[in-house]
Ligand binder design. Structure first.
Ligand code: SF4
Ligand code: FE
Length: 481
């Protein structure tokens, strides 16, 4: 397939590529047919489908600055502040239709971070990574492939640098340099959307020192390349995918992203797909840029997801007769306030974006980090309020199979009823949606996705100008050194 345009093209492309994925100890012959993956695939497919819908053309497509062609925005390099803001608007719009993570932003952010950084590596070192990367980007824009951004290594002993690890493969590394390319070995963990992506753009997981040159690596690898395999992670309530449509809560789009442990067992990468090879002095910058670009997103996608949670709570309250209660209205208002606070963070870091030397635009890193940090708090508070408004039934509801049961179904129907005229099934469905969107995996993703809160706090120490603030205080207080 030359170009993936529609949802159907996308699904066919995944069938065709025959990548190696294990689920619960078994090799999956076709990821598109597996019940645990279908919701994730439907989510990611929205990024293709919405680009074809006229009402989303402005948000979901862009004009390539390289070719002038119309492209999917998920392959675009941000050319202005307006592009940065459209990114956030697009994410909120897609989350409205999926109520879940649609995964493709990770690869998009990896493309932008690599684009900016390779330009600067070449300026300093006289290498030609940027031109190589531009050729690769043209290929991705023309084919409309989905990338996964491969950043997080499993890291083994956190107290040791990569080259001192008893098993250095816990950091992805170059094990051989050949005339035609390199051979890599290692892993990337928590790989959102990898099971239904086409390629991975590998980046270093952290700042690397001189001694860790083999780990200062950026390269692109097709997920069906020999030696690449994936092991899918467990998610909260994942068995429900195998037994019930209703109990999943969000049956079409499921839980958050869907993560794998991605393994590279001596994978060959030709030189034209290598975009950093030992330049340790740029590893910190690349990591920071990727992290900032991804943290920029979180008030967009989580804002959109929270809109759905607020709506679901309002519907649940109507169904159980509590919508008129002043405390319920108050809690819904609080949830909306938190949602808009998240969104405004994403918009503001975009509005304060700056042009990099490469020409690509980059969000304000301090504000982007604050935005993600707010997500680690506000999503929990929104979930807490959702649980409060919904009631304990959220945690004690019987199975769908009980509702459908020839003998006991009538009791579920009778005793779980709410307001007259509302079917018990509909009430159960909306409560299951709330349970799905505010429970285990969804919350942990808000905490650790795009980096744990500590990684955001580290950025304040660097970017928030504490010395300047101390001086302001001293000046006002009349304190002289
Ligand atoms: Fe995109 Fe949000 Fe999912 Fe990250 S968590 S991949 S920003 S939808
Ligand atoms: Fe994420």
């Amino acid at each position: 397939m030359d170009k993936i345009v529609s949802k159907e093209d996308y699904i066919q492309s995944l069938k065709d590529q025959k990548h190696v994925v294990y689920y619960n100890g078994e090799l999956v012959p076709d990821v598109t047919e597996h019940p645990a993956f279908k919701p994730h695939i439907n989510c990611a497919a929205k990024t293709y489908e919405m680009a074809q819908r006229p009402e989303f053309e402005d948000l979901a497509t862009a004009t390539s600055h390289l070719t002038g062609e119309k492209i999917n925005r998920f392959t675009h390099i941000h050319q202005s502040v307006e592009d940065l803001i459209k990114k956030v608007q697009l994410l909120r719009a897609i989350a409205h239709e999926t109520g879940s993570c649609f995964q493709r932003c990770v690869g998009w952010d990896a493309l932008n971070a690599t684009y900016m950084t390779t330009y600067e590596i070449d300026e300093k070192h006289g290498t030609d990574y940027h031109q190589r990367f531009v050729e690769y980007l043209k290929y991705i824009q023309a084919s409309n492939k989905m990338l996964v951004g491969g950043m997080t290594d499993t890291k083994g002993d956190r107290a040791l640098p990569p080259h001192q690890q008893p098993d250095p493969d816990v950091f992805t590394r170059v094990v051989e340099r050949r005339e035609d390319g390199i051979v890599i070995r290692g892993n990337k963990a928590h790989q959102t959307g990898a099971v239904n992506s086409h390629e991975v753009l590998i980046m270093p997981t952290q700042f690397m020192r001189e001694e860790d040159q083999d780990f200062a690596l950026v390269c692109a690898v097709p997920l069906n390349a020999p030696g690449v395999m994936q092991i899918f992670g467990r998610q909260t309530n994942d068995q429900r995918h195998l037994s019930s449509e209703m109990d999943i809560g969000n049956p079409q789009y499921g839980l958050v992203g869907g993560e794998t442990l991605l393994i590279f067992e001596d994978v060959f990468v030709p030189w034209e797909r290598v975009f950093m090879n030992g330049e340790t002095d740029f590893t910190g910058l690349l990591v920071e840029r990727f992290a900032t670009l991804h943290r920029q997103n979180y008030g967009g996608c989580k804002g959109g997801v929270s809109d759905v949670v607020v709506g679901a709570c309002a519907v649940a309250a109507e169904m159980q007769g509590s919508a008129g209660a002043s405390h319920v209205k108050e809690k819904l208002a609080e949830m909306m306030h938190l949602t808009e606070t998240l969104y405004s963070g994403s918009v503001s870091c975009s509005a304060m974006g700056q042009k990099t030397a490469s020409g690509a635009y980059y969000p304000d890193p301090l504000l982007a980090n604050c935005t993600k940090h707010n997500v680690t708090r506000h999503i929990y508070e929104i979930a807490r309020l959702a649980h409060d408004v919904s009631g304990g039934i959220l945690a004690t509801m019987p199975f769908e199979s009980d509702l459908r049961h020839p003998e006991i179904g009538k009791y579920v129907e009778k005793y779980l009823s709410g307001v007259e005229g509302v079917s018990t099934e509909n009430r159960m469905r909306i409560l299951r949606l709330i349970e799905n969107m505010t429970g285990g995996t969804a919350l942990v993703e808000s905490m650790h996705g795009a980096g744990s809160p500590q990684t955001q706090k580290v950025m304040y120490a660097r970017l928030a100008k504490l010395d300047m603030k101390k001086k302001l205080a001293k000046d006002l207080a009349g304190v002289s050194d």
